[in-house]
Ligand binder design. Structure first.
Ligand code: ZN
Length: 475
């Protein structure tokens, strides 16, 4: 079967366009994900998932694209909407017509009773694609304030100087880079269209299917086995952080997963450091300096952690700032890697441990009290030791974490995808912050989770009651 899945419409503003399609036309948002280049992948659809074509709302970049908004089909009808409930849609559009959307040219939307076809917007399909019935531009003050606030907040948040402490190199590649590098090394991807690949990653990460989630890393790792692949992904990593307003980042990766192309462990680290240095130099030259330190990960299901600990010590003066133990928590306790942690402690090297994500309090306890971690990767399950968040009464482990100022590297979007949290609004980061825990906000895997630091902060502002000022103070 073949069908047109998406039609692109150039729009002025994502949120304004979304409001038009959802409120005036009754569409639903099928996708709304940030892209590493700062744009968003926004798809709206008229029907249930998988039943029809979607519209890709693309924000106009530059004068040429902006000029097309409002006149994308040269005055002809832009698209035809068929419906099985004409009365409902007519009523919705009539109601929407009493409000005002930005009017452009002679565009209009006319219910067409004879054909039971709603004809939307002559000459538009822009964002907002024109009034259902032509009306003067007359947003209510409340509407204008809301629209302005959304735009200003996103911009302000992007410009805030930010730190990210938990971000995986192999989870944050640019889709176009994955496509190009995969072509160079002969690796087969689910699709060779960068936008389609980004959508595939986002879908796989949200599928709730662990096999699909893990498969996403296979494709990024496949293109990180050569010097060229590592140099490019490391350099772009830094540039993407800079574009996101990050001024200090800690990137983590497992060198042992990048030796399939014949590089040795030290060569992997040297190459990544070279790429990071190139990125930092370019970012500084562009006026957006960012400092990036490296955490080398041992994999908890393998037995090379002691070797990786040696690698950390060897490169401690060359940009490597710590160690982490990553991989599936289930069945692979960090205490299996005590030799690595003891060596690092003897060498005064700090380390963090992924804990309290898939596994509960025992994993956090073991990471801190048996292994000696200074930070905890995720740690959302520390709330298991706070039976009543409202009362603020802490169990002994939670008390230890708060009172010893153990930093929790929290990653809300990632936690939603892996089921460690149920919603942004109820993510423990907010309650823990309010209880005085040292929480930090992070992305975890920017490509796989379709996120950025700006997006994570924006989500907390929009859905969890944070303010821009809180974000600024909390960085
Ligand atoms: Zn992680």
């Amino acid at each position: 079967m073949r069908r047109i899945a998406l039609v692109t419409l150039v729009v002025v503003d994502y949120d304004e366009a979304i409001r038009f399609y959802t409120e005036a036309l009754g569409f639903r948002i099928a996708e709304d994900a940030p892209r590493p280049d700062g744009l968003r992948w926004v798809v709206v659809e008229p029907g249930s998932p998988g039943t029809g074509s979607g519209l890709l709302l693309a924000r106009a970049e530059g004068a040429a694209q902006a000029g097309r908004v409002g006149d994308q089909t040269g005055g002809r009808v832009g698209f035809f909407l068929h419906t099985d409930d004409f009365a409902r849609d007519h009523a919705r559009m009539a109601a929407a017509a009493s409000r005002s959307w930005r009017s452009r040219g002679t565009s209009r939307t006319e219910p067409s009773p004879s054909s039971r076809t709603c004809t939307a917007t002559a000459g538009t399909c822009s964002s907002p694609p024109a009034d259902p019935v032509p009306t003067p531009v007359n947003h209510s003050l409340k509407e204008r304030l809301a629209m302005t606030a959304t735009r200003v907040d996103a911009d302000v948040i992007r410009r805030l100087p930010k730190a990210v402490l938990h971000d995986h190199l192999d989870g944050g590649l640019r889709p176009a880079t994955v496509v190009e590098l995969a072509d160079a090394v002969g690796h087969t991807l689910p699709t060779t269209d960068p936008a389609g690949l980004a959508a595939w990653y986002y879908e796989a990460a949200n599928s709730g299917d662990l096999v699909r989630y893990i498969a996403t890393f296979e494709h990024t790792l496949a293109v990180m086995q050569t010097r060229e692949g590592l140099l490019r992904t490391a350099e772009e990593y830094v540039l993407d952080l800079a574009a996101d307003g990050v001024v200090y980042g800690e990137v983590r990766y497992a060198p042992e997963l990048m030796v399939r192309g014949g590089l040795t462990l030290p060569e992997v680290v040297e190459t990544v450091q070279e790429g990071l240095a190139a990125g930092m130099a370019k970012a500084a030259a562009a006026g957006t300096p960012v400092r990036v330190g490296t955490l080398l990960c041992g994999m908890r299901m393998f037995d090379r952690s002691r070797e990786i600990a040696d690698l950390v010590v060897a490169f401690r003066d060359a940009g490597v700032v710590g160690f982490d133990i990553a991989g599936a928590e289930d069945g692979f306790p960090p205490a299996d890697h005590l030799a690595a942690f003891e060596h690092l402690r003897r060498e005064n090297v700090p380390f963090t441990i992924h804990a309290g994500e898939a596994h509960g309090l025992p994993s956090i306890h073991q990471a801190l009290q048996v292994c000696g971690a200074q930070r905890i990767g995720h740690g959302v399950r520390i709330t298991d030791d706070i039976p009543d968040l409202a009362s603020g009464k802490l169990g002994r482990l939670a008390g230890w974490v708060r009172d010893r100022r153990v930093a929790l590297e929290m990653c809300p979007t990632s936690n939603l995808q892996t089921g460690a949290a149920t919603s942004i609004a109820e993510h423990p980061i907010t309650a823990l912050k309010d209880l005085g825990f040292r929480v930090t906000l992070n992305t975890d895997n920017r490509l796989v989770s379709g996120t950025t630091m700006t997006r994570e902060m924006s989500l907390l502002v929009e859905q969890a009651g944070w303010t821009v000022e809180t974000c600024a103070r909390s960085r």
